[in-house]
Write a protein that binds this ligand. Structure first.
Ligand SMILES: CNc1nc2cc3c(=O)[nH]c(N)nc3c(CCN)c2[nH]1
Length: 370
């Protein structure tokens, strides 16, 4: 069993769990936030800096690495861990979300998805079998099955078709997935329809994957609707398997997801907004590139002890960003990753002490007031 979760403690008043996720590249604590390294790098960060901010498990993407530099090249380099010099666990997403996000540039059939590269418009064809070949060549510790992520909103008939295809494709992935040192996770779909979510979960649970992605969320639906879907879905999920809420999320969504029993998260938000000069602080978001910070010689967040907040002022970081100095977005990225990992550390501690609901209230009161 290359990947398994051991639940250390269940929080007394919620569905939250403290766990240890064991992988071929080491053990990590859950609930966990996974920084996104789409093209085999967490943008602007060295692996050491990702670790320094608290990152332990990083994500990369099949679609992007297949297009550039090619999975065969990565395999020749000794696999993704060696290629990107990351000695911790890696998870690769299957590209299901990417190729479906390409909109008119893709055609779905039962066999697979024909799509045009967003880079040069060249034609490609992903089947579950092809995606498994790519992910096995990349060699991540966790590989996601090739799924169809339904858009929001969508007709129930569309969500049914996407769910059914996702189940059939999951079977096809499982049939050809041979790599013993890599765990294949199924992905639950079903849109925002409780009965479809239950059906997708039951069909995939019957295939006994070592862990499950919860897909089809954080695709534009109201947050309350996402929470409702989780409230209905989580009770039927097995306790002894990791639940990975894909593409989530902002600090409030992370807390709400943990309260509902989610173990794993990934989101580009912290690193993406950092590159736009926006950072998370304990009392909300701060766009350090704004003129009001030109002569503000305080750190970005006075309660933060990250490298950026210990050594640089808002004025300096604003100056770097305004002059397109690369150090600027490196410092905002270091801060945002540290902020999110520190939040996850506080969440894990709150679970240990059975005070997650109090923590949620205290954190959101200040964070949302900002
Ligand atoms: C940002 N929101 C978001 N929703 C997702 C749903 C899926 C989803 O339903 N399937 C897959 N394979 N990936 C998803 C992703 C990418 C996660 N890195 C999502 N991201």
């Amino acid at each position: 069993m290359p990947v398994k979760i051991k639940i250390e403690k269940k929080e007394k008043h919620t569905r939250a769990r403290l766990g240890k996720l064991t992988t071929p590249h080491g053990e990590v604590e859950t609930p966990i936030f996974m920084p996104v390294g789409t093209q085999a790098t967490v943008k602007t960060m060295t692996p050491e800096e990702v670790k320094e901010t608290g990152g332990r498990l990083v994500l990369s993407n099949t679609y992007h690495l297949y297009l550039r530099p090619g999975h065969d090249l990565v395999k020749e380099a000794g696999g993704l861990h060696k290629f990107m010099n990351w000695d911790g666990p890696i998870l690769t997403d299957s590209g299901g979300f990417q190729v479906f996000s390409l909109g008119p540039l893709r055609t779905i059939t039962e066999e697979g998805v024909e799509f045009r590269s967003h880079i040069d418009g060249s034609k490609h064809f992903f089947t579950p079998e092809k995606v498994m070949e790519i992910e096995q060549a990349l060699g991540a510790d966790i590989a996601m099955a090739f799924d169809e992520c339904a858009p929001y909103p969508c007709e129930k008939e569309y969500a049914v078709a996407a769910l059914e295809r996702t189940t059939r494709w999951a079977e096809r992935c499982k049939r050809v997935h041979k790599r013993e040192d890599q765990a294949l996770f199924g992905i639950i779909q079903g849109g925002v329809f409780p009965d479809l979510r239950e059906r997708s979960a039951k069909e995939l649970l019957a295939m006994d994957f070592p862990g499950y992605g919860i897909g089809g969320l954080s695709v534009g639906e109201p947050k309350e609707l996402m929470y409702e879907v989780l409230d209905q879905l989580m009770p039927i999920m097995p306790e002894d398997k990791p639940r990975y809420l894909m593409g989530v999320g902002s600090p409030d969504c992370l807390i709400e997801g943990v309260v509902r029993g989610v173990d794993m998260f990934d989101c580009v938000l912290p690193t993406r907004i950092a590159r736009n000069g926006t950072v998370f602080t304990h009392n909300g978001k701060l766009t350090v590139r704004n003129a009001e910070y030109a002569r503000d010689f305080r750190p970005m967040d006075q309660q933060c002890d990250c490298y950026a907040c210990r050594n640089y002022s808002r004025a300096y970081i604003r100056h770097l960003i305004k002059t397109d100095e690369i150090l600027g977005i490196r410092l905002t990225t270091i801060h945002n990753l540290h902020f999110i990992q520190h939040l996850m550390q506080n969440i894990r501690q709150a679970i240990r002490e059975d005070r997650l609901l109090e923590y949620r209230e205290d954190f959101l009161k200040v964070f949302n007031a900002g």
